[in-house]
Design a protein around this ligand. Sequence first.
Ligand code: F6R
Length: 614
Amino acid sequence: MCGIVGYLGNKDAYAVLIKGLHRLEYRGYDSAGVAMLSAKGELNVYKSKGKVADLESFARSKDISGTIGIAHTRWATHGEPNEVNAHPHYSPSGNLALIHNGIIENYSVIRAELESRGYEFRSSTDTEVIVYLIEYIMKSNRTDLCTAVQLALRQVVGAYAIAVISRDNPDRIIAARKSSPLVVGIGEDEFFLASDATPIIEYTDKVVYLNDGEIAVISRGEDLKVVNLDNVEITPEIKKLAMNISQLEKGGYPHFMLKEIFEQPRTILNCIRGRINVEGTNVALSGVIDNREKFLNARRIVIVACGTSWHAALIGEHLIEDFCRIPVEVEYASEFRYRNPVIYPDDIVIAISQSGETADTLAAVELAKSEGAFIYGICNAVGSSIPRTTDSGSYIHVGPEIGVASTKAFTGQVTVLSMLALTIAHQRGNISEEKFIQLVRELQAIPDKIKEVLKRSEEVKELSRIFTYAHNFIYLGRGYNYPAALEGALKLKEISYIHAEGYPAAEMKHGPIALIDAEMPVVVIATSDSIYEKTISNIQEIKARQGRVIAIVTEGDKAVRGIADYCIEVPQVAEPFTPIVASIPLQLLAYYIAVNKGRDVDRPRNLAKSVTVE
Ligand code: F6R
């Protein structure tokens, strides 16, 4: 979703800004723009519908000089994606330029008020009202830019990360955040600004994550100053980035998604490193151990998440109830936050989010927190909003996920949930020592098992050719693999735009079976588990109606192979961990079908990587 980049220093700002926008492309967007203050004192604003490359073509013959500027990728919310609605927006006098990520909920009230004073707006966006309001305050109250930003933001209701520059002060950027991420990078005599650290990493590893209600005053030749809306100065906490630049490159793969699928043996290893001991006799998630009493006494665990993270949450429900015998409820964060849920102070609320910035999940966390629950975060993006809001948590440590469709983050989330369930069960004595060690060792072996699955990628590629032109798919699974079926269907629809639905296999006969005919591919996860025989019966039901079955089976399987049209084998793993290995061929199938269809795999239409609006 919208991306912000800013630069102030000695370099050519345009080059830094454009490179930064490219780094943020993975977030999803439909227009882009840049504003720079030239040495001649001009404020040059260039905007374009489409990709950053379109913006570059548009700006090619223009004045792109200057060492200070701001840039933006917009994911349309208010007003269609076009040049007028693209950011930066400038003030009526043309003195100020502003970029914004988030949604201003009371923009129509402010707009009407300003219109009644004679202002005429150029765009249909909520953003333009902020820059108009700032200029109006500067003029009517005779204040400087920072004070005007503070006063304007007090009137604004909603979520924002903003950056603003002024023709009257070519050595300053003012930036502010509320419920939308913003990071300031501190280099040698230069500053960077971005929605996340990816545009900053190649210049400096020193960053400050702004907190809600904070304003960064970035000035040439001065230290970074942070103030709040009341102008009280706050000492910024400078953090060191752990990411490196190679993590942001494709490393020889045609797409980030394929690279990220193939990274999974290593990312899962990174996820369990330091948590499972080398002998495979213990697993300890420090976030759980440090809050042992909370977990021992939890009445209930509620997991809130969206999309793929919600699918991981469903697997977490199975794991925790199975191993720990604590009741678990899984909620869409977007529903939870608005449905007046019952939350007890002895509940533990787990928020799962790759980006750590999903607006609905963040709001669900705030709600649960206000009711006194203990909040545990499972996130990937270090320093993002959710881990900074929660009481405790675990990072999944899978590295930056650039492909919009989540792959390695999903398996990382399920791995952390597996370790969490094992740690709690061990602490509570719900599991025998023998069973505990057996499961820990099984989990430790998962990276090698994934390597085995990845060796079959050519097989999946071949299979993808047969189904590229299908119009619909059904995905089925039972028990632990029902959420894996939902995730397989989501992957396919996101990147290939083929309609796909996931169901618990036994639910099919209650409705979806009406869809089955010789045109309908049905992907069934039919690994050798406790309900294998039942799943075979479900496959028989599909075959009796001429459906075409692609089955994910355990190595050496005979029974399903005898009835399914196509089989993809995965190694034998303990039943609770089958969704991790079964998801890999489903990720590959979605990937290859999307490639066959010529889709923009890493940046599918309409999707955003980090969904920072509700
Ligand atoms: C699907 C996908 C989305 C995200 C969802 C939540 O591939 O990536 O469904 O899972 O938007 O995002 P996070 O995990 O960042 O909260």
